[in-house]
Design a protein around this ligand. Structure first.
Ligand code: AHR
Length: 502
């Protein structure tokens, strides 16, 4: 039997709501069709944003949205996306399918989407092919309330009041698609660009995000931080608030064989989960380098691209990165979110890639149809961790499970407390075996389960299709009860479970 021991008297730090963030790029059908259909669409919308999708996203309490990319960000020129839509400059989206981008979704539309979602804004600026002036003017356009050329232009375009930019990314993947830079070169560019990301309103600090490493590129992390910390005149504030980390769970051996999203063997199940678990090591090791420069942990890690990346759905445009989403994706989400919670001392932001119709999406659309994926259900269950205090917890009595090559722990978990309610999220990683689990508390002798939900499937390959949209969904978990002051259950195989206790 596995035992989860919770010390509810020991809080370990706040789980920032932004750990549950999302990413939306001008890629495939994420923005166009997925989120934005335009004011004249027959698909019900408010100011162009499709109503069904916005309503579904509100249910998972999206805390922050990153835009416009991704690789697209370093090719995006924001002035092309403002003003009269009929006159907006068109461009070729060279990264993603070579399609024509008509720029009908731009800054005003993004801010409107965030307004409807009630979420924070994370704008990613262009370093790779943009200028310091362009970036500086964008910030002025969005955030300056006084009279200035850019603020006046914003008013001309219909927005009297400035918006709040909560996070600003200075470039994306500048080691790759964002300019193929070295850490030292980017570090120096970052120093310059970020200087002109001006703070126009003292009450709304724009948190600056520097481009961090790809996966296990520890040299990049050290190189950037060295460049940013090396020369610091006394009194100079920190030049960055967060450093990004991008890591995708890709089961296949290379980019041409990433593996099918829906057809996978037992071996691939465990390989995928093992790769998702690797996030823990990445955060620990990049965090250790950050500790050398920033022992007080003033700089957050922003895992602003994570999730599964499989071969595209057969018959779809390879440049659109459209994939289905199964119980396996739910497990990857549950594993990753538990890892972020446990590292909330350093991880301050995370964005799953991507919100709709691209990679590990929470929503899929087809014309006027929409489905919530198994990953959506995990975000819905885990939303109770947002803004909560992480509690000390440890699980014993678990062994490893899997295949000879790919072994994973049977169970992963995290626990938090908010408003007197303890939220426990547990994953059973075994593809076939259930596991007896007993949960006990340091002082809580009579726990009351106020809610328990489970996501699992009749088959681990199960997914939600437009024909059968509710095939996989979280349901009330009847299988847990309180016995002698402990919560006991038989945790079904391949499941993600949320239990709320007071
Ligand atoms: O999410 C798809 C792409 O993956 C992003 O554009 C890029 O930043 C990353 O390589």
């Amino acid at each position: 039997m596995a035992k989860l021991v919770i010390n509810e008297t020991n809080t370990l730090g706040k789980i920032e709501p932004e750990l549950y963030g999302h990413f939306s790029e001008h890629l495939g059908r994420c923005i166009y069709e997925g989120l934005y259909v335009g004011e004249n669409s027959e698909i019900p919308n408010v100011n162009g944003m499709r109503t069904d999708v916005v309503e579904a996203l509100k249910e998972i309490e999206v805390p922050v949205l990153r835009w416009p990319g991704g690789c697209f960000a370093d090719e995006y020129h924001w002035k092309d996306g403002i003003g009269d839509k009929a006159k907006r400059k068109k461009m070729v989206n060279t990264h993603w399918g070579g399609v024509t981008e008509d720029n009908s979704f731009g800054t005003h539309e993004f801010m409107e989407l965030c307004r409807q979602l009630g979420c924070k804004t994370y704008i990613n600026g262009n370093v790779g092919s943009g200028t310091v002036q362009e970036m500086s003017e964008w910030v002025e356009y969005m955030t300056f309330s006084g009279k200035s050329p850019m603020a006046d232009l914003r008013r001309e375009n219909g927005s009297e009041e400035p918006w709040t930019v909560d996070f600003f990314g200075v470039g994306n993947e500048n080691w790759g698609c964002g300019g193929n830079m070295t850490p030292e070169y980017y570090g120096n560019e970052y120093r310059r660009y970020q200087t002109y990301v001006r703070q126009y309103d003292d009450n709304k600090k724009i948190l600056k995000i520097a481009c961090g490493p790809n996966v296990d590129d520890y040299q990049w992390t050290d190189g950037i931080l060295n460049t940013l910390f090396r020369y610091r005149p006394s009194g100079q504030p920190l030049l960055l608030d967060l450093l990004s980390l991008h890591y995708y769970t890709i089961p296949g051996p290379d980019w041409h064989h990433k593996g099918s999203a829906t057809q996978f063997s037992e071996e691939e199940w465990y390989n995928t989960l093992k790769k998702a678990l690797y996030m823990d090591e990445l955060i620990t090791r990049h965090g250790a380098i950050m500790d050398q420069y920033d022992p007080e942990k003033k700089i957050g890690l922003s895992v602003d691209e994570w999730g599964t990346w499989f071969d595209v759905e057969p018959g779809t445009n390879p440049g659109f990165l459209y994939q289905q989403n199964t119980v396996r994706d739910a497990l990857v989400a549950g594993i990753s979110l538990n890892i972020f919670n446990k590292h909330c001392d350093r991880v301050k932001l995370a964005c799953i890639a991507q919100m709709v119709n691209v990679l590990q999406s929470v929503i899929l659309t087809d014309g006027e149809q929409m489905v919530k994926t198994p990953t959506w259900h995990v975000f819905r269950m885990f939303r109770h961790h947002q803004g909560a205090q992480l509690l000390e917890s440890a699980v014993t009595g678990v062994s490893e499970t899997g295949t000879e090559e790919y072994m994973v722990p049977e169970i992963t978990e995290s626990v938090s407390c908010k408003d007197g309610i303890i939220t426990i999220t547990v994953n059973n990683l075994s593809m076939e075996n259930s596991k007896d689990l007993e949960i006990s508390f340091a002082e809580l002798k009579n726990p009351e389960v106020i809610e328990a939900n489970i996501l699992t499937g009749d088959d681990v390959h199960a997914c939600n299709t437009f024909e059968d949209p509710n095939h996989v969904e979280a349901k009330a978990f009847e299988g847990c009860c309180v016995k002698d002051g402990k919560i006991v259950m038989d945790l079904p195989a391949a499941s993600v479970v949320e239990i709320r206790v007071k």
